[in-house]
Design a protein around this ligand. Structure first.
Ligand SMILES: [Zn+2]
Length: 70
């Protein structure tokens, strides 16, 4: 295959669903740019305001709602 592999974003697996198919990254920031807003509309990421703590989750599973750090 001629596709560039590194373009594919890394996604950890959900420990409940045992797949990373429904995993989307959680992006924190008060003023998301247009690119981020479009990605959220497509369901590729989750936008959050401010991370409440240092161990705020980075990943969200759309299938079961599980959120985890890595
Ligand atoms: Zn899940």
């Amino acid at each position: 295959m001629a596709r560039i592999k590194r373009k594919k974003p890394f996604r950890p697996r959900c420990k409940y669903c045992r797949t990373n198919r429904h995993i989307v990254p959680i992006v924190y920031g008060l003023h998301p740019n247009q690119e981020l807003l479009e990605k959220e509309q497509k369901g590729e990421i989750i936008l959050r305001g401010i991370a409440r703590s240092v161990d705020a989750p980075n990943w969200h599973c759309k299938a079961c709602g599980n959120e985890f750090l890595r």
